[in-house]
Ligand binder design. Sequence first.
Ligand SMILES: O=C(O)C(=O)C[C@]1(C(=O)O)C=C[C@@H](O)C=C1
Length: 301
Amino acid sequence: MSRIAYFGPSGTFTEQAARVLARGRELVAVETIPAALTAVRKGETDLACVPVENSVEGPVTATLDGLAEDTPLVAVAEALLPVHFTVLTRGGTDPVRTVASHPHALAQVRHWLEHNLPDAEPVVASSTAAAAVGVRDGRYDAAVTAPVAVETYPLHVFADGVADVPDARTRFLLLGPPGPLPEPTGADRTSIVAAAANRTGALAELLGELASRGINLTRLDARPLKGNYGYYRFFLDFEGHLSEARVGNALAALRRRCEVRFLGSHPRADGVRATVAAAATDEDFAAASRWVDAVRSGELA
Ligand SMILES: O=C(O)C(=O)C[C@]1(C(=O)O)C=C[C@@H](O)C=C1
């Protein structure tokens, strides 16, 4: 049976996302995002499920850096989960002195903690579920977890429905080695990493290649090129599928300008259909190239 390595341990939001995307595949928990990517790169699992961005805290940098480096991986599907938290303790009357969680989770409950556990010291754990393990084992007094964590770790529910920002969401990717792309649906997302040159206008030129082909950008993140201070990679997500003319054409234009790593074309979890600007449909591109062919062959001028 094919297997998915997910960012665990059991009880994380990522496990929930992996269940949404599993389609009968076996789920294998690993402790970190790099470990999930390594499992699929080494062929220990067929796919990996990891978080990529949160509507409150932004990009999950371990995922972005892990996708830009090492052998290429490609997203084949995504899941979008609503995010609100449960705070778990061991119960009893002891004061809560430490509250642990993943940094993204702590950032999403900062105000709640200030008002409800002002004396508790926030402690970073590798994941929300790892924080619950720490509470169970007596290392922390409280954990900010996914609501499902209490099923795996039967601790005391100190509070639930905790979120500074209502309607927060995290998006997760299902990643595999490069292979045939998922079929286009009309509501797809394409992702790339581009190493724009460090000179005036280089990023604007890349974005211009998308804009001039009527492609709507959905995310832009910069990550430093670690060993090279002041240099960045740009992560671009945009509407559309590589099989569509405007997207293929734009990708070729970007590739002429700089190094590009393709990170996948797959259906969007929210089902939002691509907006295609005037004169940017596949038929517009096909008609224009028929016209160029006719001019080249001397049939038209
Ligand atoms: O620790 C988890 O449960 C995760 O799946 C990670 C993660 C994240 O990386 O943002 C996922 C969703 C929430 O936003 C908080 C934490």
